[in-house]
Write a protein that binds this ligand. Structure first.
Ligand code: ADP
Length: 426
């Protein structure tokens, strides 16, 4: 069955965020981890989100990966491809939003490319081409000090012009508020004047609905989950979706097996969730020093779990309070300690799956990415939401059989997130 909407996401958590938004707005959606192997059999879906890790790699690598993903999506019928970027427009003058957008636009042979990172639900709005994060212009927000992509200019027309070889224009809120007809007329005029890439204002969801309707008639757009919302609602309104009325409940058909929680996030929310979990489940706090010293701590953790897991879910956490984290980082370096602990937690997750875990909750963005890569899960069908931004995921084409997962970014979820997640996974 052909895909109606394709998306290429520049990182894994952004991909999940978009897949969740598309699902909530009526599209049956699969998120793949990388470009799927030809042998992967996908269920019938309206949308596919291909997760890549190309936000901060050299621009030529990002372009090559996005071009392959685009070919995969087009071959399966995608009429429109959304390049999913971060809602804070994370990029540098070298890329990668401009070069990838240019390349996708070339491959799709024309049409205006609408670009907007607006996502009102999370406070990202664009007015007269300027991106606001909550109440602040981008260049006054904490993003100005981002370690990889410092954002020192809130004017996205200027930002994109520095990255793109195409002429960049602006479609302003007044035109967008006048509806799709007015937007199309303005875009036609811009195109005649040689503009091919257009930053679009958007403050309210209705602006994104208008932009989604217009973008659907073009081959490519670039944006955050807000534009995904607009595209999904436009597709639903057009009556073209296949899944008409499909619910997310088939994504949470029981899988059986054992259940476990692995945590590597050291965020305040996760630390509190672990304290709460301790009241109802066995929790093992790993020793980070011993984790870095060798495999013994991993072996001990697996054996600890083995004695308990048949009786109910267990929690294994590397997570620690800021003082402990800084001590480890000052001894071993921030990157090295983070990476070593991600590797350890991913090995623990894989060993647990080996021993029969089929329902797995992972806390931490990087921690989740490392676990999914090690488990070699090819794709996920998006299920219902456990907490804002965190859906239940059902594996697609998984070698170990069907599993249910919840991958939680550190600060997400209420204090009972772990029990709430497991209560939805049977
Ligand atoms: P979040 O979503 O909260 O940012 P991540 O998983 O993305 O969580 O990042 C947490 C990082 O902290 C990971 O690299 C993880 O390996 C690392 N980490 C986990 N436990 C510890 C610890 N005790 N000391 C130092 N770093 C740790």
């Amino acid at each position: 069955m052909a895909i109606l909407l394709g998306s290429i996401a520049d990182d894994y958590t952004g991909a999940s965020d978009l897949a969740n938004t598309l699902t909530k707005n009526g599209l049956r959606t699969v998120q793949t981890v990388g470009i799927p192997d030809p042998s992967l059999a996908l269920p019938d879906v309206d949308a596919v989100v291909i997760s890549l890790k190309i936000r901060s790699v050299p621009a030529s690598d990002a372009v090559a990966a996005a071009a392959s993903a685009e070919r995969w999506l087009r071959q399966r019928g995608a009429g429109h491809v959304l390049y999913k970027i971060c809602s804070t427009f994370d990029s540098t003058d070298a890329g990668n939003i401009g070069p990838v957008t240019d390349a996708l636009s070339d491959a799709a042979d024309g049409g205006i490319v609408l670009v907007t990172p607006a996502f009102p639900e999370t406070g990202r709005t664009v007015y007269l081409g300027h991106l606001f994060v909550g109440g602040q212009p981008l260049n006054e927000s904490p993003l100005k000090d981002h370690p990889l992509n410092p954002m020192y200019d809130a004017n996205l027309v200027r930002v994109l012009t520095r990255q793109s070889r195409n002429a960049v224009g602006l479609i302003d809120l007044t035109t967008i508020a006048a509806g799709p007809g007015a937007v199309k007329a303005r875009l036609d005029a811009m195109r005649m004047a040689g503009v091919t890439t257009v930053i679009a204002d958007a403050i309210f969801e209705r602006d994104l609905e208008t932009l989604g309707e217009v973008a659907l008639e073009t081959p490519v757009s670039t944006g955050a989950s807000g534009l995904g919302l607009g595209l999904a609602r436009a597709l639903v309104r057009s009556g073209r979706i296949y899944s008409g009325g499909a619910t997310t409940t088939d994504a949470i058909r029981p899988v059986g097996g054992l259940s476990a929680i692995v945590a590597g996030s050291c965020s305040k929310a996760t630390l509190h969730q672990l304290d709460i979990a301790e009241r109802s489940m066995p929790v093992l706090r790993l020793d980070p020093e011993r984790l870095l010293a060798g495999p013994d701590e991993i072996t001990a953790a697996i054996s600890w779990a083995g004695d308990r897991i048949a009786a109910g879910p267990v929690v294994i956490a590397a997570s620690a309070a800021p003082e402990t984290v800084s001590r480890l980082q000052s001894l071993h370096g921030r990157e090295a300690s983070g990476h070593a602990i991600e590797t350890a937690t991913s090995i623990i997750a894989a060993e647990l799956v080996e021993r029969g875990v089929r329902r797995l909750v992972v806390a931490g963005g990087e921690t989740s990415g490392a676990a999914v890569d090690r488990l070699a899960i090819p794709a996920f069908l998006i299920g219902p939401e456990i907490a804002p931004g965190v859906p239940v995921l059902r594996t697609v084409g998984n070698a170990q059989g069907d599993m249910l997962l919840a991958l939680k970014s550190g600060n997400f979820g209420g204090e009972d997130f772990f029990t709430a997640a497991l209560a939805m996974m049977h």
